[in-house]
Design a protein around this ligand. Sequence first.
Ligand SMILES: *[C@@H]1O[C@H](CO)[C@@H](O)[C@H](O)[C@H]1NC(C)=O
Ligand SMILES: *[C@@H]1O[C@H](CO)[C@@H](O)[C@H](O)[C@H]1NC(C)=O
Ligand SMILES: *[C@@H]1O[C@H](CO)[C@@H](O)[C@H](O)[C@H]1NC(C)=O
Length: 151
Amino acid sequence: MMDRVVSSMSVSASLCLILVFYRLSRVSSNAEGDALNALKTNLADPNNVLQSWDPTLVNPCTWLHITCGSDNFVTRVDLGNANLSGQLVQQLGQLSYLQYLELFSNNISGRIPNELGNLTSLVSLDLYLNNLNGPIPETLGKLQKLRFLYG
Ligand SMILES: *[C@@H]1O[C@H](CO)[C@@H](O)[C@H](O)[C@H]1NC(C)=O
Ligand SMILES: *[C@@H]1O[C@H](CO)[C@@H](O)[C@H](O)[C@H]1NC(C)=O
Ligand SMILES: *[C@@H]1O[C@H](CO)[C@@H](O)[C@H](O)[C@H]1NC(C)=O
């Protein structure tokens, strides 16, 4: 009887731990992997520069062209001159620690998403030499650290 109680307690304790770890890993990092994967699925990538972008990994920090800070949050996306076509996605606005978004010299079309105005850490947004159109979102005007902006 005592044995049964103990073992069922330890089973539910391990279940709790598993749940806690699962939620921590989802919340702290893979939301960012999901956001970047949304970008990947929206782009044509004839040179396979996004091949290492595997959304089933615990976070995107090991993907090529991605840099993370010490807390495993994405700080840079470096995809200049990568022969990418397609459109940007609003999910990029979820990369709260992003400082550098480098997408110059591609074939990206459509509008710049208003949601990029949520990137309060953004220092550099390089979008020159693409086929973007539409207005530059007013939301970008509130980004105080942003130093470079090329529509
Ligand atoms: C870019 O992709 C196109 C196909 O969409 C291909 O024809 C062209 O060779 C690529 N250019 C470079 C520089 O890789
Ligand atoms: C550039 O993008 C347009 C529209 O998405 C596409 O039709 C065209 O094939 C692309 N050009 C190259 C060189 O990839
Ligand atoms: C991000 O920006 C959009 C449009 O500017 C806004 O509607 C949305 O509420 C923002 N999301 C967050 C999480 O701040």
